[in-house]
Structure formats: structure tokens, C-alpha cells
Design a protein around this ligand. Sequence first.
Ligand SMILES: [Zn+2]
Length: 476
Amino acid sequence: MKTADTVIANGIILTMEGRGAGIINDGAVAIKGTDIAAVGSTKDVLREYSADRVINAHNKAVLPGFIDCHAHSSDAIARGMAQDITGWMYKGIWPVLSCADEEAIKAGSMIHLAESVQNGTTTVCDMVNGIVPVIENHVSLGVRSFISEMVHELPADIYKCDPLAPIDFDHSVGNAKFRNCVKMTEKYHGYDSGRINCMVGPQAINMCSVEMMDTLYDYARKNKLGVTIHVAQSDRENIQVEKRYGKRAIPLLKEHGFLGEDVLGIHLTCATLGELKTMVDSGCPMVLCSNSIAIIGGEMPPASEYLELGGIVGMGTDQAPGNNRNNMFQEMKNGSLLNKCKHKNGTVFPAWQMLRMATIDGARALRRENEIGSLRAGKKADIIIVDLEYPALTPIIRGPIRNIVPNLVYSANGSEVETVIINGKFVVEDHKLLTVDLKKAIDRANEAADRFSEKLYRFQGLNDLPLAKWTSEGLY
Ligand SMILES: [Zn+2]
């Protein structure tokens, strides 16, 4: 008999192999080191493997951890501070975050990542404004990371500028951010058996000069790093780019060689059908961030259109000042509902498809489908166990109409995640984070937030911010 470190037995296993959820009704997963050693029926796996630790997953769902393909953990210190307005960037997030110091960014980021992991996310694609303080959070928390410095060339007072005018680039900002990207990649890329992965993250084609974009793409392609970039995320982006270059964002990206299989395109909210086709034909995967785009602009990105064109779609939570959650259960449910409403069609984005977008399709978007995103022998042991003995997840019906997948997508809220294993290591057990003292992390974030709000009180443009006005009027 072979030995494993852990066997999870008697569970409802959602392998996410094949076309749908790939369910094994009474199944088991054996883990050895960082990898999955076996997946199958409980009888077969226990016949082949013994383990020091056998977890009884009776009435529990066992599935691959979620892959959050787009997040900005560096914004989380401003959670709940930029909703319900127009001009989210210029009147919301940019002026507010200009008052956050490095410690606040770091403390907020830890809370964002802790929330993600506790709710079943095992991989985060984090595009951060200030990678140096944040990357150590990824290291210590134990999450699988695809992390990038979000490179832009925005002047410090960008929020005072005309949103429809091309941005007056500050190249010193871009150069400093590129240096951070290189420094962090050299130090961390591949760290902890490949758990930490660095990417290159130009913020958007309207926020970086073409020269800076060339520098970033050259570096990414020489070092075989993926690129992640917001694409056609607003009309403003297309208008600014058209004024500067005489063409819209996607044709410009295409012309300069800034599209390809290695380029993860975020949002695509304001892309035409022809531009979506350009993206798909170039091999770019896209990321759907339903909650954040709904709350920021009341729009729904063209994800079903992208799938119909043959593209790959992953899912992301984006940021806490917009979304406000970094919880993939909410993305699955709301993504499905919002798209059903958009298309006035209840068949759009069924539960099984949302679950695939949150797992194996996210892995495909990151070009790591051979390592993560499903439960199969040889893949990384990134596994979550969801306790189904909650009223909203009861009853468990295994057939002839199985309700496991719809209940996970439409009923669960993330608090039912009992165990999270990443790279073979237990990161959450009995609903508690093991790698980080969550109480201390929350205290640290609240202390940093006190300094942050003191600085905001002294912020010159405070009276121009709608949320500050509503606060003073007692509405917020
Ligand atoms: Zn974003």
C-alpha cells in the first residue's frame, strides 16, 4: 500500500474534470507533499493509500480552490469608500487612496487576501499599486499568487485632471514602478515551489506611454512572464486613446503587438463585437469582474459574447472600494444573475459554468490548467472542503436531479468553507486561518485606517467627494 500525507474521504468530490463539475458522489482525494496523489471513489483510494491523517468529508463538498483572476489587494484599506457615484476613479478611488501610506496599503492588502482565502480562494492574481510592501503578505499567508506591480505613469494629482483629456504622463512614476517589478521578480518569482509567480501589469493603454508599454512587454516576453492589463475598461479609455493616437484601445494594442495568449485582458466592458473578436483571435483570455463593474458603472462586461466567439473567460473580484467583497461565491452568483438580466434569459451562465469559470477556466486564463483548477492526480493540492450541513445547503440530493452545484453557486456564501489547502499545506482549518493571526491583522488595518482618515480630513479636495458630502449630511 502507498502512503499519502492526507486522505480526504467520503466526500462529494467536484473534480471539475470533463465538461461539467465531474462529480464523484462518494469520493476521496489523497495528498502527498504539494501534489494530489489520487482522486477516485473512497473505496478505491483507501484501498491504494494509507495516510497519517484521514479527513471524514461526509456531507461535505470537496473541490479545487477558486482562482481569482483579477484583484487589487492594495486598494482594500479604502473598502466601502467609493461606491454609488459616477466618475469612480476621479471622484472616488484616486483622491481617497492618495491619502493612504505604505503601512495602510500593506495592512489593507492582508485583510483582502485573508478574506479571499477564508472564502475558498486558493489563487489570487493581484495587480498591486505598490508591490514591495504587499508581496510579503502573499508569502506569509500561503496563497498561490500571480502578482504584478500595476505600472502607470499617472501624475500625483491625476484626480484634478480632465477625465476626457489624454493624461499628461509622468515617466518617473512608470520608471520607478518598472524597477519595482524587476526587483520583485528577481527576488520572488518561483518562490516556494512555484507558489509565488510574478507577472507584468501595465495598468491600461491610456495610463502608460507606448514607450513604457514596449519596455514592459519586452521584459515580460524575455522572461516568459504573463502580462495582465485592463482593456477597454471604460469609454474614457477609448476617448483618451483616440484623442492621442487616432484609434481606440484594442486596435492600438493589436497594432503594437500588445495582445497574445500571454496577455490577460481585464474587463473589456467597452469593447465592440469586432474588437472582442480581435482579442479572441489574438488568443487573449479575458476576466469577468461582475460585482465591481456593476457597482462602479452599472454595466456588465461582454463575457457571454466572448465565450460565444471561442474565448477563455476567468473570473475576478477586483477591489474592495468597489466590489466590496473578495469572495468568489458572490462572483459566481451575482455574475450569473447579472448576465441573465442583461440578456433577459435565464439560461445564460448556468451554475456549472460559473463554477468552471471560478476554477478550471481561471486556470486556463492563467495558462496553468496543467497545474491547478481541477482535482486530478499530479496537479497541485489546492483544495477546499465546504460543509454542506447548513440550512441554506440542505437537503443534499444526489440524484436524479442533483442539487450540489446550484446550491454551491446560488446558496453558499463562503462562510461554509471549512478547510483550505494550498500547495498541500493546510491554510484554513475548522474555518480558521492558520498562517496569519487574523485578529492582529484586523487590529493593524484599523490602526492604519485611523491615520488614513486623519489624513483624509486634511485632504484639500475633500469637499468635492460625493461620499464625504453624504457623510457630513448624515446620509452615510
Ligand atoms: Zn482592476
